[in-house]
Design a protein around this ligand. Structure first.
Ligand code: FES
Ligand code: FES
Length: 158
């Protein structure tokens, strides 16, 4: 079985899985981190949203062999470590606005939110309503209005 190496939440990991196994199954079923959720498996629902080298991506749509040794994958479990705190400011905002209902989509929502704010910052601007419209993560509980408020608050604290 081929060896697959990448950086997960700041630590290099190596697993023995076939090249075409999708990264989401490696993270969840082989490594045992279940923060990134399985919804559709076809890059539509965005429940698995995590970060690849700081940008949002969907590991259900990426073959493990396509992630390099030095590529940095961050899941919701590692998000707070990126700011060296118990929780990331976006997670604090999520609690403040009591966003979650069933919770299933929420790790992906938070990871998408952080990546959206980072992208806007990299472009030298704040987040806009259009940025919020561009987040396509599905929430079957309909928490969208609270998500939008929490992202604005989280962005202000980042
Ligand atoms: S499970 Fe990855 S996008 Fe739906
Ligand atoms: S909180 Fe239930 S799916 Fe979003």
């Amino acid at each position: 079985m081929p060896h697959q190496t990448f950086v997960l939440n700041g630590k290099s990991v190596t697993v023995d899985v076939e090249d075409d196994v999708r990264l989401l199954w490696v993270i969840r079923d082989v490594i045992g981190l279940t923060g990134p959720k399985y919804g559709c498996g076809i890059n539509v629902c965005k429940a698995c949203t995590s970060h690849l080298n700081g940008k949002a991506f969907n590991p259900c749509a990426v073959r493990v062999a396509d992630v390099g040794d030095s590529d940095e994958v961050t899941t919701i479990e590692g998000l707070a470590d990126t700011v060296d705190d118990d929780l990331h400011p976006m997670q604090h905002a999520w609690l403040e606005y009591d966003v979650a209902q069933c919770g299933y989509c929420q790790p992906g929502q938070i990871m998408a939110a952080v990546a959206t704010v980072r992208k806007a910052r990299a472009e030298g601007r704040g987040i806009t309503e259009a940025d919020l419209d561009g987040i396509r993560n599905v929430c079957r509980c309909g928490t969208y209005s609270r998500i939008r408020e929490a992202i604005k608050a989280g962005a202000a604290a980042m």
